[in-house]
Design a protein around this ligand. Structure first.
Ligand code: HEC
Length: 703
């Protein structure tokens, strides 16, 4: 069906695109349903997050190819004003390039010259940074009929004029008193701007909402977990979903946030959303009698017009390891057993690669793409994982070292499906993590609340000999055979980066060593690279303007500290201070400024001694790991000291009052370091100070 339709579309699009191929720079963002639905026929532009509604991140452009790569250079670049993590995919249409940065700022450039057209700072209260598990990032904007939409960290959806950057409307999509954030890119389907949110480490209930692109009015909302059964359920299917929960999950939020992936099938008219982990992570606290806990960790298909439920597939029933299914969802036509199948593909955190029927959600196949030990395999009859009975660490205190870790075999980093090779290129991580229940768990609405004892979990990993190597790779995966074709190992293992594939047989990906690299799509051979002066996490996009192919990449800052033995070694990542948009083309001659030589700043205070007893230092370590490590790094070692000060080097440790003025009184609140007075028990701030002093003394030579 799809194959037959393609040539017809191509003819129609031939006329359509030739009128646009000059890419008249009117910055009109004249994007509508017809244009988005036929995006695969308009390779000059990159109109939505994954280029097409299928979200394949595959471009038919071939001007940059193996013969011309050596002439590719930087056409222009722009410095970004924030040094936090950069995760956005640049959107390019009608002569303009739109990109969002950390703190939800939006920038618009002339896509050919790099001239700044406008910038918009939504003035996100820096204290919101506390609610963001994984940095104050933003993964991108959406465009539609002259408007640019961004979801902000503090939960607003904002519509900007594509030509001027003027704000047209803004709506609050979350209760600002709860710990919701938005980091994902909106999608626009038939005039509905669809946006989810995050916060499942902080006790929220997930949902996705559609707003009228013209007015900002809410059209529909779909909740991913049931609320209190004593009140009316918002949607009929939540009755059935509620029977898969036990205890009083609604008092804990439940989780299931839709913080990243969405895709849309034009012919089936289905919107697919990826649903996140439980809140708290630990199922024995969240739903003490077990149960599948729908729709956590599911792909759910919805009617995009009214948000009504169509089908779901749950990847990790009763999830308890933070195995979100929010990772990249993509659609493709695959030949499976001699039959053309329209499929949904996902490599969620739990380590299995899933191929589902796009119309029904029926499981076609699933195999592990990284080492997995929480389940042996996915039973194709039942569609369910066959779990390792040891994997469910619980309140009896039996720990488990699980692969993958909570960072996932694959996280938000976009993958790419090449129509050239029919392979999926996945940014993967092989990892593991110690899970130990937090027996002192209390409902705590002011912060990070996973129900597991991260500190003891890290300790367990450190003290367990013979664990396998961890690593970061680019993997080429055959989704039909469900097997790996090749992989490339990254030198710096602080996490991977998003991927682009093109019809020229190339796969593009940045890395944390500060390089942007092209690989041969069939062999993984490295065929080109250039230095970026910054670690890369985001995915590139590509476009053509004035007959020239361009590749745009936002660079800057590793986002998540890696845990485990490799952590300390990975502090050598390129500086995160060089957050930039880099745009390449054949003949590009722009030069990045020289990096100033880094001087070792001496710590100009004497490290104090602590007379705190060992129990206090140990209590400080526990409190630190629970509350501070998520930003300041495990074991007190910051992996991003220019964003999150390495507390072993902070002169604040010298006096109790300097310390408490930051930690308890919020002196640096405007810089994202809020007061933890509501979160810490009496004496804990001092215990943490004692722990940091002891760490500073132990590591005195590393300061
Ligand atoms: C959500 C992230 C986050 C968490 C969680 C967090 N911090 Fe911070 N912290 C920051 C940021 C960002 C800064 C830098 C602020 C600035 O630039 O002035 C900072 C700065 C500090 C400083 C000042 C360092 C210096 O020398 O200037 C101290 C001390 C500190 N934090 C202690 C803590 C302690 C103790 C905890 C746990 C109770 C904690 N922080 C939890 C983000 C965080």
């Amino acid at each position: 069906m799809r194959k037959l339709l393609a040539p017809l579309l191509l003819c129609a699009a031939g006329i359509f695109t030739s009128s646009l191929s000059a890419q008249s720079a009117d910055y009109g963002a004249a994007v509508d349903s017809d244009r988005l639905s036929a995006a695969s026929q308009e390779p000059q532009v990159w109109m939505s997050y994954g280029r097409t509604y299928d979200e394949q991140r595959y471009s038919p452009l071939t001007q940059i190819n193996r013969d011309t790569l050596d002439q590719v250079g930087l056409a222009w670049y722009a410095d970004m004003t924030t040094s936090r993590g950069q995760e956005a995919t640049p959107i390019v249409v009608d002569g303009a390039l739109y990109v969002s940065t950390s703190w939800s700022n939006v920038w618009a450039f002339d896509a050919r010259t790099g001239e700044l057209l406008w910038e918009h700072d939504p003035n996100v209260d820096r204290a919101t940074g506390f609610k963001a598990c994984c940095d104050v990032v933003n993964r991108g904007v959406a465009v539609w009929e002259g408007k640019v939409f961004v979801g902000t960290l503090d939960g607003r959806l904002i519509a900007l004029d594509s030509k001027t950057g003027d704000k047209l409307w803004e709506t609050q999509t979350v209760d600002p008193d709860l710990n919701y954030t938005i980091t994902g890119a909106p999608r626009v389907i038939k005039g509905n701007v669809i946006i989810g949110n995050g916060g499942a480490e902080y006790g929220v209930r997930g949902y996705v909402t559609a707003y009228d692109a013209e007015t900002g009015e809410q059209n529909w909302r779909f909740y991913t977990v049931p609320g209190n059964p004593a009140e009316e359920f918002e949607q009929p299917e939540l009755f059935d979903a509620a029977s898969t929960w036990t205890g009083q999950w609604w008092t804990l939020g439940g989780g299931g946030t839709v913080w990243d992936a969405m895709a849309y099938d034009v012919e089936l008219d289905l919107l697919y959303i990826g649903v996140g982990n439980g809140s708290p992570w630990n199922q024995s606290l969240r739903s003490p009698g077990g149960g599948d806990n729908l729709f956590l960790t599911s792909i759910v298909a919805l009617d995009p017009d009214d948000g009504s439920y169509r089908w779901h597939y749950q990847t990790t029933p009763g999830e308890t390891w933070d195995y979100t299914a929010t990772q990249h969802i993509m659609l493709a036509d695959l030949e499976i057993d001699g039959e053309e199948r329209r499929v949904v593909m996902q490599a969620p955190k739990n380590g299995f690669f899933y191929v589902l029927d796009a119309a029904t959600g029926q499981l076609i196949s699933a195999e592990n793409y990284v080492p997995v030990n929480w389940a042996t395999h996915i039973d194709l009859e039942t569609g369910r994982p066959v779990e390792n009975p040891d994997a469910r660490y619980d309140l009896t205190g039996t720990p488990f070292i699980a692969s993958p870790s909570a960072l996932g075999g694959h996280n938000w980093y976009p993958m790419s499906f090449s129509q050239n090779t029919n392979l999926v290129y996945i940014p993967i991580t092989e990892n593991y993590m110690g899970y130990i229940a937090d027996n002192e768990f209390v409902v705590n609405d002011s912060g990070w609340n996973t129900g597991i004892d991260l500190g003891r979990g890290f300790g367990l990993v450190r003290s367990t000999p013979g664990l396998p190597d961890q690593g970061t790779f680019l993997q080429a995966w055959d989704p039909v055979a469900q097997e790996e074709v090749w992989r490339v190992k990254h030198e710096v293992e602080n996490g991977p980066a998003g991927v682009l594939s093109t019809a020229a047989g190339l796969v593009f990906q940045g890395n944390r060593s500060g390089e942007f690299v092209a690989y041969d799509d069939e062999t993984g051979e490295r065929v080109w690279s250039t230095l970026t002066q910054a670690g890369v996490m985001a995915a590139p996009s590509t476009y053509e303007i004035d007959g020239q192919q361009h590749i745009a990449l936002l660079v800057g800052s590793p986002a998540l500290p890696s845990e485990g033995p490799g952590a300390a070694a990975s502090t050598t990542v390129a500086s995160s201070n060089n957050s930039r948009l880099l745009v390449y083309r054949i003949g590009g001659e722009a030069q990045l400024p020289r990096i100033p030589v880094e001087t070792e700043t001496d710590v100009d205070f004497e490290i104090p001694q602590t007379d705190a007893p060992n129990e206090v230092i140990a209590a400080g370590e526990t409190a630190y790991n629970r509350t501070c490590a998520v930003c300041h790094g495990n074991d007190g070692i910051s992996l991003r000291p220019d964003t999150y000060p390495d507390l072993r080097r902070s002169s604040r440790m010298v006096s109790e009052s300097d310390w408490s003025s930051v930690v308890l009184e919020g002196e640096l609140q405007d810089n994202g370091m809020i007061s933890f007075a509501n979160v810490l028990e009496d004496g804990e701030a001092e215990a943490i100070r004692a722990y940091i002093i002891s760490r500073a003394n132990t590591d005195a030579d590393q300061r």
